[in-house]
Design a protein around this ligand. Sequence first.
Ligand SMILES: [Zn+2]
Length: 160
Amino acid sequence: MKQTIKTSRAAGYLEKMFRALNSRYFNGQIEEPVITVQSTPRSYGHVTTDKAWRRGEENRHELNIGVGTLDRPIENIVATLLHEMVHLWNIRKGVQDCSRHGAYHKKRFRDAATSHDLAISYDIRIGWSITEPANYLINTSIGFQTFRLVTSSDHSVLEK
Ligand SMILES: [Zn+2]
């Protein structure tokens, strides 16, 4: 049971980060997803294109952050969260930013991500998906340091 509590605590901090990033980069216009923290060996995070979760009367997208992602530097956690938020923004606008069932990131994903302080590079299998924080994002991520301390201890509990 301890694991569940710790995971929900991490998800709670991610929700706070989501709200801060949403107001900073999207005028608060991205509808809040259900944020989950699950083990995803092959990726740092994902969003569901359909609204897989029901919350109250509304259906919501799922935004998952991989447990292993929480073990990375804070600016990389922020960059992964922002990467997933760019997907939600594109879905909202009806922009298809991926092909091959979400595996391949198109140039239009790169362009949207780049305009939100992410540095994107290319891989032949996954397209324009490799995400690093750009300089401005690294500087502004320092405000999330407290989160980092909490999640890294959560992570060590999860691993036991
Ligand atoms: Zn992606």
